[in-house]
Design a protein around this ligand. Structure first.
Ligand SMILES: Cc1cc2nc3c(=O)[nH]c(=O)nc-3n(C[C@H](O)[C@H](O)[C@H](O)COP(=O)(O)OP(=O)(O)OC[C@H]3O[C@@H](n4cnc5c(N)ncnc54)[C@H](O)[C@@H]3O)c2cc1C
Length: 442
């Protein structure tokens, strides 16, 4: 940061994937002051594998973070991936011999990585003075100043001020709660319905398995080490793919109670559970899957929640980002992907030299108009993908041809519009913006 007066100060609540991507990108702008307020005492998340697609790779390049990601994911320099990359979809709940429904080769690269490693690498890039750990936000207030500053209030009794607040604080976002509660008090009571996340009726059993523990198959590697596999069945499915340069296999089994979507989940969202619970959930499924389940140790049980599709992401000088805005089911492995796209568009807008304190709210609205339709489309297709995997839409007759056709349709967005186009749209929407800025190749 330069010693001269900054153009504006950005407060980022939450140091997860979205918060750290924006923080690193904006901290490279000499005329913007950035602060990340993270509730935890470190950025190290006890997380597992995450997969992202070509669009997020492109976003990371635009953010100048492709090299750090490449090192973490072990990806090639140009972001290209195995041209045969994709998933094997199997019908697995009809006895000990499953069968291949479809091998879907994706026409765009997918990269998987260990989330904690990526967060570590991003945190290392933050200049001194940007990160504030152990700072749990409890509320924000709009200050009565001519430029519309935002006051931040933390659980330890301290407070801070910024010109723009980015709520990167995840699915249970305090920023979202404050924004919608405030608007409800101001005469829009219907907005309270968007505060609490919703249980999807799904339970996910999850763990990492060291690759060397999987038994050989027909003298070679277990199939799940050769390509990602989705084992499908009625109201359940199981996924597996290797991460960390094939060191581990990230596995998860979903069990859905369709009638309970939208019910309140009374227990903790994440808890330990017994191996037996996983074994029983997938008893009678095909043999290759049983070989994987035999290696499961210390599984975690997640009650899968999502944010209800919000009517907007931004109000005045506050915007919701990533899971705070659009936490979704994991069936297309797209939550972090979408969070990275949000980060890219916001960082491009805020770093633009023509965005000032005077037009910050327009820039945030432009972000919302570009990102909301895409993120909510991905939310919808992600949920529909879960329905498909668990045979709830009646498309599994006729040799699965309708099923396969629907699968291809649901994945189509991943090859959609270029992010540069979306950033340009947002720049055009933000009034009074002209020229371009150095680090974004617009
Ligand atoms: C089981 C599972 C598997 C997934 N797999 C994939 C995948 O393969 N691919 C993919 O793209 N996505 C995946 N996702 C989704 C992905 O993890 C999320 O979409 C992504 O982490 C969202 O990033 P974020 O920065 O918005 O929020 P988060 O990563 O949740 O980060 C929020 C941060 O805010 C902090 N915070 C919270 N409240 C406060 C507060 N009041 N004050 C200050 N700080 C606060 C938290 O400590 C945290 O550090 C998966 C999700 C789950 C649950």
């Amino acid at each position: 940061m330069s010693s001269s007066q900054p153009r504006f100060t950005v407060g980022i609540c939450g140091g997860g994937v979205s918060g750290l991507c924006i923080a690193v990108a904006l901290s490279r702008c000499p005329d913007i002051e950035v602060h990340v307020y993270e509730a935890a005492n470190s950025f190290k998340e006890i997380g597992a594998g995450v997969m992202i697609w070509g669009r997020a790779w492109r976003a990371l390049s635009l953010l100048g973070l492709d090299q750090v990601f490449r090192e973490v994911a072990g990806a090639p320099a140009d972001g290209s991936a195995d041209p045969q990359f994709g998933f094997d979809y199997r019908r697995s709940d009809l006895g000990s011999e499953g069968f291949l429904i479809h091998r879907h080769v994706l026409p765009y690269p997918g990269h998987n990585f260990h989330r904690a490693h990526f967060l570590d690498a991003l945190a290392d890039l933050l200049p001194a003075g940007v990160a504030h750990l152990g700072k749990r936000l409890v509320s924000f207030t709009y200050k009565n100043t001519p430029t519309g500053q935002v006051g931040l209030h933390f659980v330890d009794g301290t407070s801070a001020t910024c010109d723009v607040l980015l709520g990167c604080d995840g699915i249970r976002s305090v920023v979202r709660r404050c924004m919608f509660e405030g608007l409800a008090r101001d005469g829009r009571p219907q907005l309270t319905q968007y505060i609490e996340p919703m249980w999807t009726g799904e339970i996910l059993y999850r763990c990492l398995i060291p690759s060397e523990e999987l038994p050989l198959k027909n003298g070679g590697k277990h199939p799940v080490l050769q390509r990602p596999i989705i084992y499908c069945g009625n109201n359940k499915h199981f996924f597996g793919y290797s991460i960390g340069r094939q060191k581990w296999v990230n596995v998860g089994g979903f069990v859905t109670t369709p009638g309970r979507r939208g019910d309140t989940w009374e227990e903790p969202w994440v808890s330990e559970c017994s191996v037996q619970e996983v074994v029983e959930s997938f008893a009678g499924w095909e043999r290759d899957l049983q070989d994987i389940i035999k290696c499961v140790e210390r599984p975690m049980k997640w009650a899968v929640h999502q944010v209800k599709p919000l009517p907007f992401f931004a109000h005045r000088h506050v915007a919701l980002v990533g899971d705070a805005a659009h936490a979704m089911t994991t069936h297309q492995a797209s939550g972090a992907e979408q969070a990275i796209e949000d980060a890219c568009v916001l960082a491009a807008l805020l770093s633009h030299s023509s965005v000032t304190q005077a037009n910050l709210s327009q820039a945030l609205k432009a972000y919302e108009r570009v990102r909301l339709p895409i993120a909510q489309h991905v939310m919808a297709v992600s949920a529909a993908t879960g329905e498909l995997y668990e045979m709830r839409n009646g498309l599994n007759g006729d040799g699965y041809s309708a099923w396969i056709s629907e699968l291809k349709t649901l994945w189509r967005w991943v090859a959609g519009e270029d992010l540069k186009t979306e950033i340009n749209k947002a720049l055009v929407m933000t009034r009074d913006i002209g020229g371009t800025r150095f680090q974004y190749k617009l």
